[in-house]
Every structure is written in C-alpha cells, then in structure tokens.
Design a binder for this molecule. Structure first.
Ligand code: ADP
Length: 444
C-alpha cells in the first residue's frame, strides 16, 4: 500500500484496498501523542492515592527542590523547562524516591507527566560509577522505547556518566559483550532474550524496574507473559513501577500480578461534554449533497479551523480530492500514513498551514488542536452492527468545546441515517437541530 496524498485526478476513489475502516492502533496512537505533545495535560480532578500501608504518612511535593535530588539531575529538570511537579508527580515522586523503595501502580492519561516521573526515579537511583544495567524499562514498541530514551538523555544531560542502551530488535550486540550502560530500555521479547538466552543483563542487579504503557503492552500478544517472566527474576529489593494511561479491568489484573505490594495513584481524565457545543444536522440525499451542504456551511460562516470526520478511508480521500479541486487548503490524515507523517500533518494543521483536516477514526481521540472551531461528521460514527458509536461521537465533537470555548458541530445525514442521529440525541440527552444549509442565519 502506498502512503501518498491523493491524486488530483480522483483516481484514488477506485482503489479497493483502501476502502477499509481505520482500526485504532494503541501503540501508534501513543507514539503519535508523544510526537505532537507540547505541554502537560491538565486535569481538574484530584489525584487519588491508595497506599499499601495506609498508616504511613502521605507526602506530596510542590517543588522539585523538596525531593533533594542530585544537583545534576535538578539541573536537567530545569533545563527541560519544568518549573514544578505536575499533579501526578506531586504525589508519585515522593513515593518513587522513598527509602526503602516503594512499588507503584500509576494511572493517568497520556501527557500528565508519568514518563518524566519514572525517568527521574531511574536517574536518581542509578549509580553512575557502576558499569552494568541497574534500571530496566519495558516499552511496547521500538519507537516508544526510543521516545523514553530521549527523555532519559534530556533529563540526564548533566548526569554525564549515565548511559542508556536499547534492547530492541535490530540492535545487534556482539556475543560476549559486557553491557556497561546503566539504563536499559526495551521491548519484552528482546529484553527476555538478552537476559536469559544471551545473558547480557543480570536481572539480579536491577534496582528499578519500569513497565510503561501497561495498557498497550497487554494488547500485544505475548508481552504480558514475557514481562512477568522478566519480573519474576528480579530481586526482592528491586523497585517495581507500572504505568498506564487507561485502567480497564484487564490492565488492573495484569498490574496486580506483576507489581507486588503496590501503592496506587490515579488521576481521572477530564470528562468530555457536549454541553457547550451547538450541534446541527443537515439532511442530504447522497455524498454529493453532503459535499454541497458542507460547502454552503463553509461559505456561510467564518471558520477558524475545521476537522471533518469520515467513516472510511475511501470517503476521506474522495472528500479531500473534491475540496482540493475547489481550491480549499485541506490535508488528509488517515491510517495508511506512518506515525511520523501523521505527526507532521497535525503539526502543520496546528500551525494553521491548512484550515481543514479531513480524517477517519484514527484521529477521533486524544489529539488536541486548540483552535478548532467546528467539527463536521461527514459520516456518522457507527460500529460493526451499524449502530451509533456514541463514544466516538463524543470524542469527535467533545474536542471543540474544550477549554471553555463554544464549539459548533455539523452532522451530514442521509435520510436513512436519521434514526441513528436521533438515537445519538437521546443517548446524550442533548439537542441536535436541523439546519437548512441555504440559510446560515439559523446558527447561533
Ligand atoms: P506521560 O508519560 O504521562 O504521557 P510525559 O512525562 O511524557 O507524560 O509528559 C508530558 C509532557 O509534559 C512532556 O512534553 C513533558 O516534557 C512535559 N512535562 C512533564 N512533566 C512536566 C513538569 N513537571 N513541568 C512541565 N512539563 C512537564
């Protein structure tokens, strides 16, 4: 499959293999989030803490100084532009840096400062003078391991003798190599291989074990078991830390199997809401009609930036071609692109280089573009059973009204899809008004 911008001649419309729904790839989404992240994600919720020993005092810190870190590490933190601990770090860091070490399971959405926290814990516990692996971090993919490694390198910039090594497929280490790097980051399969088969890492010398992105990890066949085999060979005094962006039961069960006697920290996600969003629908006969209605809306109101969602790649491409031919500046974000390509498209959109982003469900979640004023459902989100996909609807539309701003959402509806829309309206108990696309004055 090629990953190219659609041809202007419209030929892409005939490519059958592209006519598929984009499935959500957890690891790719997570990487994308990291690539496009610019700052901490806020949550108005309180951090919930469950201590393994409820009688022990609970510490939280408001500054990094209070943590009594090595000077070179504190310098590294400030060089990254961090002024104070994030919400989750306020609670997590004192536990992670405590003596004797405590185990921790922490859950909060991506962007809340988990990686920075465990990198700090690894860097503060490592003994730079000892030339063997002391910290081991498991990540679900090669690319995610590299991202974490970059954070270690940035934060550890002034910890000159501390080095990172990647236990990932493709990183070929000659036989009988003496691994002298103190921090090893890798995927479970390769780490297992390095520990047991090739004996490059002596697990009994590991002092900090991190299992990152537990939810993504258990989504990959075999990774949970491999991680547990690694964990079982660690010494008792090794500190064990697990992080996850989500906490379904399956993640929780895995976490409890792999982390003995943990403290637990949770930070709930900001809930999405449709409250401050004006929702409209336009009845249309077919795809061409929908496009015409879209053009009318586009011409009728002043639009900052818009995201348009399509159900299939094929529809997304078709629409992109139509809009380009009509002289609009649009970009297409769909699942056939590499994560790097997606990141650069989102960045261009954020920078305002394109006013319209057309996408499939790959982009329905998690990507914040603050200046979006309207969201268009060119197709309603439906699941396999052709029932409304309420979650996805909320994720698509809920993005516009964030940050206290008012948002506008338009649904392009073929007549036979109207019952689906009515179900969505009932489900959220929020009104979706019909709009005559010839008469934009109705928009409040
Ligand atoms: P997570 O692992 O939960 O996804 P990260 O640790 O990657 O979160 O942090 C998200 C973003 O916020 C990153 O760009 C990171 O550099 C930044 N960040 C983390 N901690 C802080 C902090 N205390 N102050 C400012 N920025 C921070």
């Amino acid at each position: 499959k090629s990953a190219t911008i659609p041809n202007i001649d419209g030929s892409v419309d005939r490519i059958e293999e592209d006519d598929e729904d984009d499935v959500v790839d957890l690891a790719a989404n997570s990487l994308l989030n990291k690539l496009i992240r610019q700052s901490l994600v806020e949550s108005s919720h309180r951090v919930e803490v469950l201590q393994k020993d409820p009688s022990s005092p609970l510490y939280s810190v408001k500054t990094f100084e209070e943590l009594r870190l090595k000077e070179e590490l504190l310098k590294g933190i400030y060089a990254m532009g961090f002024n104070r601990p994030s919400k989750i770090q306020e609670m997590a860091l004192p536990m992670m840096l405590a003596h004797p070490p405590q185990n921790l399971i922490a859950q909060s959405q991506s962007g809340t400062g988990k990686t920075a926290a465990f990198v700090l814990a690894m860097l503060s516990r490592v003994n730079a003078l000892k030339l063997f692996p002391q910290c081991l971090c498991l990540a679900p993919t090669y690319e995610l391991a590299l991202q974490t490694g970059r954070v270690v390198e940035r934060m550890g910039k002034f910890c000159v003798d501390v080095q990172v090594m990647y236990a990932i497929r493709g990183n070929r280490i000659p036989r009988d190599t003496d691994v002298t790097k103190q921090i090893v980051i890798g995927t479970p399969g390769t780490v297992l291989d390095w520990c047991f088969k090739r004996k490059l890492i002596d697990l009994t010398k590991i002092r900090v074990f991190v299992l990152d992105e537990a939810d993504v990890m258990i989504d990959t066949q075999g990774f949970a078991d491999q991680s547990i085999r690694i964990q079982r060979a660690l010494p008792n005094e090794c500190q064990m830390l697990l992080f996850s962006a989500t906490f379904e039961d399956s993640v929780w069960q895995f976490a409890e199997r792999i982390i003995p006697d943990p403290n637990v920290i949770k930070l709930r996600k900001e809930e999405l809401t449709l409250n401050n969003i004006q929702q409209y629908y336009v009845l249309c006969g077919n795809r061409k009609d929908k496009y015409q209605a879209l053009c009318n809306i586009y011409g009728g109101i002043t639009i900052g930036q818009a995201i348009i969602f399509c159900q299939t790649r094929r529809n997304a491409k078709w629409l992109t071609v139509e809009m380009m031919q009509d002289g609009h500046q649009v970009s297409l974000l769909s699942g056939e692109l590499t994560v790097d390509q997606r990141a650069s498209i989102i960045q261009r959109f954020r920078d305002g280089k394109e006013k319209v982003l057309i996408t499939t469900n790959v982009c329905a979640r998690g990507i914040d573009v603050k200046q979006i004023t309207i969201v268009v459902n060119f197709d309603l989100p439906v699941n396999q059973a052709e029932e409304p996909d309420y979650e996805t609807y909320l994720h698509r539309i809920g993005r516009t009204g964030r940050f206290g701003k008012k948002g506008l959402a338009f649904n392009m509806i073929e007549v036979d899809k109207l019952p689906l829309l009515m179900k969505i309206q009932d489900h959220f108990n929020s009104s979706i008004k019909q709009l005559d696309p010839e008469d934009m004055d109705e928009i409040e």
